[in-house]
Design a protein around this ligand. Structure first.
Ligand SMILES: [Zn+2]
Length: 250
């Protein structure tokens, strides 16, 4: 089978002196891995067309029973250059990419996921509050993965929780004052923030100011929730890099 589809490059691994293996999220095939033969050779037609986090119109050849597709053509549609020239933007793009790869592992194509990747990467290019963009992107992604976090009703008894700031990753969301012992207290602002992000998306996320470190607490809450639901750890190695960058920046 051969087809052409827009795809985001989410991971690049050097396979040989001249070839790359890419992990793509494409509009028509969802997540897929593909070999770009000769991509690193001087004068390759792939040169500059398959950069990390760019949007590319790729030609793919797929054979029954093979795990890897072969890239037959590539033409960059959106370079997202800002994500590769600013270390913090790059770190956030890497982190969001790891979330996508951690949650979207089948090859069921999803247009909403594709468009969410587009919005989030574009936001990281231009919006100054990168943590706000990342948190909004991850909140949407988690919902698209079928794991909506419960933010209003107690996950143990179903009552409205009001402004309770008790949370249980295992039961899937907020917990009222009367229920449960296996809960942790989280800052009220984090729950409130997530509610607003859910209603208003990226735009709302960028309007709301949080205290220093608040977005990181929000991110870590989403992570704890997802890991409890999947009963598995997410590999988010870019967090270490982001922490180093932020510490260096003071
Ligand atoms: Zn309850």
């Amino acid at each position: 089978m051969r087809l052409t589809t827009p795809a985001f490059v989410l991971r690049q691994v050097r396979w040989s002196d001249s070839s790359l293996i890419l992990t793509l999220y494409s509009l028509d095939l969802g997540r897929t891995s593909a070999m770009a033969k000769g991509a690193l050779r001087p004068g390759s037609s792939f040169a500059g067309q398959l950069e990390l986090f760019s949007l590319v119109e790729v030609g793919l050849s797929r054979r029954e029973g093979r795990e890897l597709d072969t890239i037959t053509s590539a033409s960059a549609m959106e370079h997202n250059q800002a994500l590769r020239s600013d270390p913090l933007a790059f770190g956030h793009a890497c982190l969001f990419g790891e979330w996508v790869l951690g949650l979207m592992y089948g090859n069921e194509p999803s247009q909403p996921v594709f468009h969410l990747i587009a919005r989030t990467l574009a936001g990281l290019c231009v919006l100054p509050d990168r943590w706000a963009v990342t948190c909004a992107g991850v909140e949407s992604l988690v919902r698209l993965a079928g794991m909506g976090i419960e933010l209003r009703r107690c996950t143990l008894c179903g009552r409205e929780t009001g402004d309770s700031a008790r949370f249980s990753a295992r039961s899937g969301g907020v917990v009222c004052e009367a229920c449960g012992t296996d809960v942790r207290e989280v800052p009220k602002g984090v729950i409130e923030y997530l509610r607003k992000v859910r209603e208003g998306g990226l735009e709302a996320a960028c309007r709301i100011r949080l205290w220093k470190g608040g977005h990181r607490q929000c991110h870590d809450l989403l992570r704890a929730f997802v890991e409890a639901q999947l009963q598995n750890r997410l590999r988010l190695r870019s967090l270490d890099i982001l922490e180093d960058l932020e510490n260096d920046a003071g």
